[in-house]
Design a protein around this ligand. Structure first.
Ligand SMILES: Cc1cc2nc3c(=O)[nH]c(=O)nc-3n(C[C@H](O)[C@H](O)[C@H](O)COP(=O)(O)O)c2cc1C
Length: 322
């Protein structure tokens, strides 16, 4: 089940995706506890790091219990990307430095010419990855999309450049930037990348449970799968995938009691890390994710969207699940 990124042994093939606003320390700890072999932290801006922006610096918080952990950076300017990577190399306990070449949001991909925008410029990609690899000790990984749009699918070419530049692994989110998060991921792109590079390939896009994880591994030959939206409000997905990949076991979905306890635990962990105000606000997103598929939860959803204090959230959750 294990695979290697550089010299780092990853105990299984199941990885938490970097998700801004989600893949923070409490969620990474939960994901590791439930079976993710490696967790990716949400992206941080190179410039934010270099200017020691308070919000950016807070995003770097991590604990030993979530390792192995990859810290992702984004940017487009060669020098500041390298300086940001050197900063992570020196001052963060992260095990891996990941470069974001897939973010589609306009603020990143259009205004900053970073994230997925880099897919339009394979020369610059190679230059950035090479310069970073030469400047840091930690293994470097890169996360890309299939291409900018359907007319310019270039993941294979880009992956080859990334391998040549010395990266230790590559994640392919098999959608174009133009697709955003809609439509189905095209796993043929992951397969093609795997067939054309020798570094580990992490497949990403639409893995939501054991069967879809196995299907992606079998179909594409990728070395590991990365789970994003399937983990929202669902840290149990990692233990489910682990059991299924081991021997086809389908384990029970969490009980209402487990969901209730998890919601309260997650809220408390967020409040401890970010303070009550932000913790409660973030739970407004996590809450509905935890309640997906649960009947008659619309009142609780509404209550959560108005809750202002931790005690209020706990009271609403407790009285719903009884
Ligand atoms: C809320 C959210 C935030 C995300 N933030 C990041 C990010 O910071 N860096 C990144 O490379 N991808 C980010 N992504 C993309 C995911 O890592 C992943 O590539 C995408 O969701 C596809 O995988 P999935 O089908 O398993 O969700 C984000 C996705 C979501 C839903």
């Amino acid at each position: 089940m294990s695979f290697k990124i550089g010299n780092l042994e990853i105990e299984n093939k199941i990885i938490l995706a970097p998700m801004a606003g989600v893949s923070n320390s409490p969620f990474r700890i939960l994901s590791r506890k439930f079976g993710a072999g490696l967790v990716y932290a949400e992206m941080v801006s190179d410039k934010g790091l270099l200017h020691k922006n308070e919000k950016t610096m807070k995003l770097l918080f991590m604990t030993d219990s979530e390792r192995p952990m990859a810290q992702q950076i984004f940017g487009s300017d060669l020098k500041s990307m390298v300086d940001a990577a050197i900063y992570i190399d020196k001052y963060s306990d992260a095990d891996i430095i990941d470069i974001n070449m897939g973010c589609p949001v306009p603020k990143v991909a259009i205004r900053a010419q970073a994230g997925a925008s880099l897919m339009k410029n394979p020369d610059l990609i190679e230059e950035i990855v090479y310069a970073i690899v030469q400047s840091v000790k930690k293994p470097v990984t890169v996360k890309i999309r299939s291409g900018w749009d359907v007319k310019s699918i270039n993941a294979v070419e880009v992956a080859k450049r990334i391998e040549k530049a010395g990266a230790c692994a590559i994640t392919v989110h098999a959608r174009t930037r133009a697709q955003g998060y809609s439509g189905l991921a095209d796993w043929d792109v992951i397969k093609a990348v795997k067939e054309n590079v020798n570094i580990p390939v992490i497949g990403n896009g639409d893995v939501v449970d054991g069967p879809s994880a196995k299907k992606m591994l079998d179909y594409t030959g990728c070395d590991a799968v990365m789970i994003g939206r399937g983990a929202l409000g669902n840290p149990w997905v990692f233990r489910e995938i682990e059991a299924y990949l081991k021997d086809g076991t389908i384990i029970d979905r969490p009980t209402h009691q487990e969901i209730k306890e998890m919601m309260i635990h997650h809220l408390e962990a967020l409040c401890e890390l970010k303070g009550e105000h932000v913790g409660v606000l973030e739970m407004r997103s996590h809450g509905p994710w935890y309640l997906k598929g649960i009947e008659h939860a619309s009142t609780l959803r509404k209550q959560l969207s108005h809750a202002k204090t931790k005690e209020e959230v706990i009271e609403f959750v407790n009285s719903f699940f009884i």
